[in-house]
Design a protein around this ligand. Structure first.
Ligand SMILES: Nc1ncnc2c1ncn2[C@@H]1O[C@H](COP(=O)(O)OP(=O)(O)OP(=O)(O)O)[C@@H](O)[C@H]1O
Ligand SMILES: [Mg+2]
Length: 510
């Protein structure tokens, strides 16, 4: 085997935002035809480095060389001219346009409309054939699953002739089998000669896919070299600067017998059917299943964000009719949604305001909202979830992805709910911060909160839940508790036994 020639060379790269050093003295060599992973805690600088490579951010200092020739990118277009594109942490597609339009947006040949469509169609056919990535060209992007949207982004990058693609947490929002498919695509692209810079918090995934790994901490390179010498432990230690004893806090089961805080029965609505579910105070119940199995729909209906067509919901024993989000908040339900950008946070508002927004009522006394009491409570919650920030008055949009997620957590804790519903609690959160979030979940449960967690991460479900309800095609197909909660039992229920062999690979045991 020959070592691929060095392709992209970064030396002494620095980047800061208003005095915040996001990157310092970065030296990394990315070899052509390899998958080069970037790992590190939330805020370590992974996305910033990806964006510097792809020309989204100009570097303040340092040099970038491609095949020994110095280059400088002031825009993504400059980088694209050298074959470099980024598939960002938050996807950037036009939902109201078709797949094929998105793939060729801004690059389509400007000839007559009819000829253009035909030319595009055949180009698209070749593109999918060559890449092995298939998506219906005429589907609206807004109707596609996240996994398919990601494929569209990759197709778009390939259509633009990219030979180096930066992928920022491409599997963070995918189900296990989708993540597996995506990794296969990445390997395929690499084997065809492409170079992939791959950002991920899933260390097993990184070890499975990467040829080289760069570990970042506080904007600096801790280590950069072959993946073969790394293990989850070595990566964690260099990422967070200390060993991590255990991924999950010890499980303590609540005393049973009390009245459930949430008692839903026969709930039906769009995407789910005849769902019955109980969560008692002190209990952590996981709702799992494949993406698209109806989990998010169920919790949205419980919260009143979507309508349900039949069924009843009892809250602490009393019927909860005409569910609406504001009424749910009043009745002590908090929902931490899956998509922070779309529904969770106002990116241009301050971190502090985002946290207090849902609790304003609690803090308003005679018309005065901004009290010292509120500010103290907000900073306490922010510290509790360990949001890494400069100032709570900064816009939340400036935080790294994982820190935005933690901010949402702080926001829902501030409402002091009796029932806390969390849709994918640790999406995009680093391993150290994950453990902090699990500790928090366990703590609030021990204090008597009822917790319902929607999660696709098998390890997480097994690690924290007292009980696991598994959904398939809109129905709860089984509930597991105690020693019955195993990866195999969950997978059997989630896939249906017949399909199991088609998806033998979990994300956590590639
Ligand atoms: N546009 C910006 N303006 C101000 N600060 C920024 C901006 N982009 C990033 N930062 C800061 O730079 C640092 C590194 O952020 P970056 O997004 O690169 O982290 P990350 O490693 O990708 O983290 P995560 O795992 O949470 O996505 C953080 O302190 C972040 O707040
Ligand atoms: Mg990031």
């Amino acid at each position: 085997m020959t070592t691929p020639a060095p392709f992209l060379n970064l030396t002494n790269i620095a980047k800061s935002f208003d005095g915040v050093h996001a990157l310092r003295d970065i030296a990394v060599t990315i070899r052509r035809g390899t998958v080069h992973a970037l790992v590190g805690e939330n805020g370590a600088g992974k996305s910033t480095l990806g964006k510097v490579i792809a020309g989204v951010h100009g570097e303040d200092q340092g040099t970038i060389e491609i095949d020994g020739v110095r280059v400088s990118f002031s825009t993504p277009r400059d980088a694209l001219r050298h074959g470099i594109t980024i598939v960002a942490q938050e996807l950037a597609l036009v939902p109201t346009r078709s797949v094929i339009e998105n793939v060729y947006l801004g690059t389509e040949p400007h000839i007559g409309p009819f000829v253009r469509t035909r030319a595009l169609r055949s180009r698209y056919a070749t593109l999918t054939e060559d890449s092995g990535i298939f998506v219906d060209p005429f589907a609206y992007v807004g109707d596609l699953s996240i996994a398919d949207q990601q494929k569209v982004e990759i197709l778009r990058a390939l259509a633009r002739g990219s030979s180096l693609i930066v992928m920022d947490e491409p599997t963070a929002r995918l189900a296990t089998h989708e993540a597996f498919a995506l990794r296969r695509i990445v390997k395929q692209l690499r084997d065809a000669g492409a170079t992939i810079v791959y950002v991920s918090h899933f260390l097993e995934e990184v070890l499975d896919i990467a040829d080289d790994i760069t570990v970042l901490r506080d904007g600096r390179v801790i280590r950069s070299g072959p993946a073969a010498v790394e293990s989850p432990q070595t990566l964690i230690e260099s990422m967070i600067g200390r060993p991590l004893a255990a991924a999950f806090p010890p499980k303590q089961y609540p005393e049973g017998g009390g009245r459930p805080m949430l008692d839903a029965s026969g709930l039906s609505g769009r995407g789910f059917h005849d769902v019955s579910l109980q969560v008692s105070p002190g209990e952590i119940v996981a709702l799992t299943g494949l993406v698209g199995s109806g989990r998010t729909e169920v919790v949205r209906a419980l919260f009143g964000a979507d309508r349900s067509t039949s069924g009843t919901v009892l809250l602490d024993g009393s019927p909860y009719l005409r569910r609406k989000p504001w009424r749910s908040v009043e009745r002590g339900i908090a929902l931490l949604p899956e998509s922070r950008k779309l529904e969770g946070l106002f990116l241009s508002f301050s971190i502090s305001d985002n946290v207090s927004l849902a609790s304003l009522k609690k803090f308003s006394r005679g018309g005065f909202v901004r009290t010292g009491h509120e500010r103290a409570a907000v900073s306490e919650r922010l510290a509790e979830v360990d949001v890494r920030m400069r100032n709570a008055m900064d816009p939340v949009g400036l935080l790294s992805g994982g820190n935005q997620q933690k901010t949402m957590f702080a926001k829902s804790l501030l409402t002091q709910p009796r029932l806390l519903i969390i849709d994918e609690p640790t999406r995009g959160v680093d391993v150290g911060a994950k453990r902090q979030i699990y500790d928090l979940i366990v703590r609030v449960a021990q204090e008597g909160m009822a917790v319902l967690v929607v999660s696709s991460e098998m390890e997480e479900v097994i690690g924290i839940a007292h009980r696991v309800a598994v959904m398939r095609q809109g129905e709860i197909v089984g509930t597991l508790a105690g020693d019955d909660v195993t990866e195999h039992a969950i997978a059997l229920l989630a896939f249906g036994s017949d399909d199991l062999m088609q998806h033998p690979q979990g994300r956590n045991n590639p």
